[in-house]
Design a protein around this ligand. Structure first.
Ligand code: PA5
Length: 462
């Protein structure tokens, strides 16, 4: 399983910039209550903790696998249209679990699975490139929006739909469309009801965007590009089981054995000590997408104006993504010698899928005979030691290797850590009023009915 090592966040390693054992001890008993609160909340269908159950009950999985079997021979490319939680998980899974040049491989090399493009912005230049580059006749479009109304997603969908209709006709267009949306309302739900799509998948009402990667939001594109979604869910389940509290045999050490809680607690205690920035730094190109996905999870869940009691707190750690070793030559100088305002989270991989030897060179050189793997590991160690030596708290999450199981474990661990962090900070980790307000202002500016009051607010601010 993946492991968490937080030793370098303790005061014995990083002096007063770290957490004392005493500070940790005070949470040993409270931990069980916090854990119970989350379990209780997850049993209340009206709260947004439906993601807790996804590793156990995922009603759309068999339907997704059946769909993959049917469409694989007919299509070559999948285009995902979505934004935020409806895109970042898809990118993270693809980056971690598929070849870096997946889209350049032949269909045979891809074992018949589809190329994947995720368009999660509305940049007209990118839209034009995609329109020119993709052979729409061989493309499936998966439009994803939980609300079903998001302006960015709908506008790009209309553009690609119109392109599709021009090339294949209105009747055939339907065969190219997969809609993934919320169960009840929204424009996309209406389109499903009107028969616009060949396949549709439902995002459970109580699973929010940034917690939806293990729902059809992330699973459809993963399965269509050949990722084993059952193993991914099995990994998430491993972690969920591992983090369960044994109520029959309550021991104080349980807290220390729960990596999700310890991740949240260390971040919480360090935030109190002014470490307001959380840098996630994978030593793996393949995990960079996970760092980006985590950036949304941590920021949107924990950045809040008010606490649960209605007090204005303007709270929130700032997540930053960084890449080892590349950013050793860019950011590390700041992390080691700049302000004492950061906690660094290293994502480490024990065994890479490949081993590349640095070959002999006509001139003698110390690097020759080593492997890139050794060099990578040495640089990671150098970073950890140099940060610790400078009293910069850092923790390491180690994956034995990058596969579906370990990525599933990591995703679930970080989701659960976010829920724990919400409880620790006494804020609602599952709402996003700031994002909703931005959406409402956009609707108002573009003339959507029912949003006139926002137009008034906008004109008052001008
Ligand atoms: O986490 C969230 O709720 C958001 O980031 C959403 O995922 C994002 O705004 C997209 O929303 P939707 O899927 O409803 O289009």
């Amino acid at each position: 399983m993946i492991t968490l090592n937080y030793t370098n966040c303790l005061s014995e390693k990083v002096q007063h910039h770290g957490v004392t054992k005493q500070e940790l001890t005070t949470w040993e008993k409270k931990f069980v209550d916090i854990h119970r609160k989350i379990v209780q909340k997850s049993q209340n269908e009206s709260l947004m903790l439906g993601w807790v159950k996804l590793p156990y009950e995922n009603p759309e999985v068999e339907k997704i696998l059946k769909m993959v079997h049917q469409v694989k021979p007919k299509f070559d490319t999948l285009l995902v249209l979505g934004i935020g939680g409806s895109a970042l998980g898809n990118i993270a899974l693809q980056t971690a679990l598929r070849d870096k040049f997946w889209n350049s491989l032949s269909k045979q090399q891809r074992k018949g699975f589809l190329k994947l493009y995720v368009f999660d912005n509305i940049d007209p230049d990118t839209a034009k490139s995609l329109l020119q580059h993709i052979d729409i006749k061989k493309t499936l479009i998966n439009v994803i929006s939980k609300a079903g109304d998001t302006a960015e997603t709908l506008s790009t969908f209309f553009i690609f739909y119109s392109h599709l209709v021009k090339k294949v006709g209105k009747t055939n267009a339907k065969k190219h469309i997969i809609i993934t949306t919320g169960p009840k309302t929204g424009f996309l739900r209406d389109l499903v009801n009107k028969g616009y799509s060949q396949y549709d998948f439902t995002i459970p009402e109580n699973v929010g965007g940034r917690f939806s990667v293990l729902s059809p939001v992330g699973l459809v594109s993963a399965a269509l590009s050949g990722i084993n979604i059952k193993s991914l869910l099995a990994g998430a389940k491993n972690m969920a089981e591992y983090c369960k509290v044994n109520t029959e045999k309550l021991t104080l050490v349980q807290m220390y054995e729960n990596p999700a809680f310890m991740f949240a607690l260390i971040n919480y205690l360090l935030y109190q000590k002014g470490k307001h920035i959380c840098v996630m730094m994978p030593y793996s190109d393949r995990l960079y997408g996970i760092a980006d996905w985590f950036r949304q999870l941590w920021a949107e869940s924990l950045g809040k104006e008010k606490d649960n009691d209605g007090n204005i707190v303007n709270f929130g750690p700032t997540p930053v993504k960084s890449l080892g070793v590349t950013d050793q030559h860019s950011q590390l100088q700041l992390y080691r010698e700049g302000p004492y305002d950061k906690i660094i989270v290293i994502l480490s991989v024990e065994k890479f899928s490949s081993t590349i030897k640095i070959p002999k060179f006509p001139e003698e050189h110390y690097l020759c005979g080593h492997t890139l793997n050794e060099l990578f590991k040495s640089e990671e160690k150098a970073t950890v030691v140099s940060l610790t030596q400078a009293n910069r708290p850092n923790l390491t999450i180690t994956l034995p290797k990058i596969d579906e199981e370990s990525v599933g474990e990591l995703i679930y661990m970080l989701e659960l850590a976010t829920a724990y962090a919400g409880e620790l900070f006494n804020i609602d980790a599952f709402n996003q009023p700031g994002v909703v307000l931005g959406k409402n202002y956009t609707y108002a500016l573009l003339g959507r009915k029912g949003y006139e009051k926002y137009l008034k607010e906008l004109s008052l601010l001008e």
